[in-house]
Design a protein around this ligand. Sequence first.
Ligand code: NAP
Length: 270
Amino acid sequence: MGKRQGIGLYGIIGHPVGHSLSPHMHNAAFRALGIPAFYAPFDVTDLEGAMSGVRALGIKGLSVTVPHKEAIIKYLDLVDKVARKIGAVNTVINRDGTLSGTNTDWIGAVKALKEHLSLKGKKALVIGAGGSAKAIVMGLVEEGARVHIANRTQEKAEQLGEQFGCSCSGLDLPSGLEFDILINATTVGMGEEDAMPVEEDVIRGADLVMDIVYSPLETRLLRVARGLGKVTVNGLKMLLYQAVAQFELWTGVDAPIEVMENALKEAVGA
Ligand code: NAP
């Protein structure tokens, strides 16, 4: 008798994960391609226990979100160069019991931007110096952009700037600066209608403004930028493309991007 192939189990681990949009995208993609697999949200506080579970249950792949992106590294068998450089893993692949970690956040950000412009030689202002900012800065530098990092805690901007060869400062940017791209990679604006990470004067100096915050879909930063006639990119695109890269790593087949994007938009009511 031939060996029966079970259903592949995938999931996202984080805390909290109740509102994660990832299950909508990945399950829609599995369904569309007829892949017998299911992707579930796992609210995890006991990371060590969860990772034993992943091995014991043969879970084939994981997305990793806050607060486990850095802590998960010590439970993996392999961590690739990119994830090491960023210091964070957002994707785990289980190949016959060997768990390897990588990071697709930077791919998501770069792809979202490249739908609008080439990054080579462009001037980018990245606000923030947390986990996502690090992935984005790495992606921008790899693509040949010149990056300035501005963060509330200036020392964190300095550390990141030193690692990737970028200039840096606090958030008190002078007016009149000019950038091709401005990216909000802070939590400012998440669930808040009226908060903005920088003043309007700073936004005025950019051609394209991307916010990686996706709830609300149009943050105040993007609203103001749109009012100033700037090209705006919301956080859904980065979310989509980091998931597309994960799906392709797990399954080895091209992701149905449109299906995933529609599932994402439906989930947020866009
Ligand atoms: P993180 O590592 O905790 O970093 C948070 C950043 O926000 C830090 O730079 C922090 O500055 C800054 N910050 C927090 N509160 C602030 C305030 N009141 N004023 C100014 N700066 C403030 O978080 P993360 O993982 O990078 O995530 C950042 C955001 O991106 C979250 O909202 C997350 O949901 C979103 N995200 C989106 C995607 C996507 O695909 N669209 C992917 C990943 C994350 P200090 O250093 O001074 O504390």
